[in-house]
Design a protein around this ligand. Sequence first.
Ligand code: DGL
Length: 291
Amino acid sequence: MAAGKRKVVGFALGDGGRVFTLPPVNSAPLGFFDSGVGGLTVVRAVQELLPAENILYLGDTARLPYGSKSPETIRQFADEDVRFLIARGVKAIVVACNTATAHALPSLHEKYRIPILGVIEPGVEAALACPNAVRIGIIATRGTIRSHAYQHALALRKTGLMIHGQATPLLVPLIEENWIDHPATRQVLKTYLDPLVEKGIDTLMLACTHYPLLIPVLQQLLPAEIRLVDSATTCAEHLKKELTRLDLLEPTDRDGALELHLTDLSEEFESLARQFLKKSPGRIHRAVLGI
Ligand code: DGL
């Protein structure tokens, strides 16, 4: 740490919800939240890049989906999710949900001093990393598309882009139902994607943390020249840079622990979590928010 640079300390909620600081917390967990288990795609990427980090994941499965809710409701849910994580002593938070990032990230930044990262900037960076990306399709929840967060972030970074946003609200329920390689899902995908293909897109942004599970099906359905971009890997890289900058990396080199909390537990969520993580999620805890 550079001389004179102040060490970043931990954060917690005190009585009345006031934020106060705690001693240095490099070994404290990273907090992640999503409306469901889709955000585990980001967790997996982070575990690969930063295997020593301890991770605490909150999936608000009882109130899924967020994508069809109003911006105010999404902000309220995101606030409750953040408070749950802060109360458990996390050192930084990743909003592993595009919908929550689109609607709530600015208000979370205003309200909390703990580092909070979203998934949109990393996704946009990944999409524009290829200089040939000009005609960009975005598939996402209705909430994310309507927020125009991706469209704005792309247009701010590069001029001359043709951006086509397509709300795909049926995909999350199909994925949560584990109907991933299913004729109904293929049909729904074709209906959503045909107009984008007709517009000649060269890049398709999977702007929802659930969608990476659809990559094998998308690769079969789409012309090979369309590049698929999701934000999980770039988000992990952003997180590493940010933790390094703040001197918050976990100092040990043993494998970190993953603790999963869901607001509604079911066998389906457990088996989905296994698919998202590509390994056993271990014991899943039931989370109660707002207490
Ligand atoms: N995981 C959420 C996202 O990335 C989508 C699921 C939902 O609608 O709640 O937008």
